[in-house]
Design a protein around this ligand. Sequence first.
Ligand code: ADP
Ligand code: MG
Length: 387
Amino acid sequence: MSVDTAATVAERFRELYGAEPEGVWAAPGRVNLIGEHTDYNDGFVMPFALPHTAVAAVSRRDDGVLRLHSEDVEGGVVELRLDDLAPESDKAWTAYPAGVVWALGQAGHALTGADIHLASTVPAGAGLSSSAALEVVVALALNELYGFGLKGWQLARLCQRAENVYVGAPVGIMDQTASACCEAGHALFLDTRDLSQKQIPFDLAAEGMRLLVVDTQVKHSHSEGEYGKRRAGCERGAALLGVDALRDIPYGELDTALARLGDDEEAVRLVRHVVTEDERVEKTVALLEAGEPRAIGPVLVAGHASLRDDFRISCPELDLVVDTALATGALGARMTGGGFGGSAIVLAEAADVETITKAVEQAFDTAGFTAPRVFEAVPAAGARRVS
Ligand code: ADP
Ligand code: MG
């Protein structure tokens, strides 16, 4: 993020609130390289941060008032009283930052108020975690201004609680941890059971490769309900197999586990996806650590097939990106994020990027789909203070 952006956000804060902000912070959106729908099964994920960020200019107040403003939403400054914050009381965008303030208070980190102005370059609803970026930037700012001394993973937990309980969305821990903890030039290998982390060098440019994000611009209205169903289905599968979470089924014991599920076709599919997906994350880490980044291509493709056929959360637009990219020379491709729309990623040789991009755009045009937004993703920094 440029110094200019920080200055613009600070200037807007002055216009809105009539004083200098105490500081400006940024938190990124993320793309998930591999490890989809594993984070609520205590499994593995491997996201990296995008250069796109939510930026917040913030000052403390001492009168119990929270004022919120977003550059990207119409409606002006929203004023709330800290005493009035209550779970699921707010259906607007303000539930994300207000939820963070609520979650901090619930955890014993009480504030006396804040003025917050936000602006974000993370596209909302594209599967790139605009919501987590918003939560994490607010949490980081308040943590620093109020001297709570919380670490990145602790902020991520509080932000997840804000989204689960205050907003009312049953999301896992990946997005918030990615935004809070990622490092430039690395993907984050995260164990969502204990939040242990390992930064894995992921510098594709140095290897002559690129990673494209293709935002299909599709957002299916039923995605939230379907997410809940998959989550409940995974929990049912774990219960049938007598484990706390599907993470506890080792890959080597998958066939035995599936046999125990018998003709429960839905449980078989969901369990198979989660267990094989955890294995794909571990394989991806091993390949990157062995200096074989091109070899992750087929692992991404297998991940897409599993999400499409077993987890059943792809859609025609996502499948078209993957099929077209692979047919025009991509090393690998898969849908990323929650599914039913959002974005796909494409791993390609730098020299093939133009051909693949054109082919995907052409295929969308021919199919009569809305034109996709294609951009290159370079692993960027996690949440930080910018001024
Ligand atoms: P994703 O996180 O994949 O982008 P979500 O549905 O989880 O999608 O979060 C999108 C929501 O986050 C938006 O509907 C809006 O309420 C909020 N949001 C995201 N970016 C902004 C922003 N710049 N200003 C205000 N609200 C935002
Ligand atoms: Mg989100």
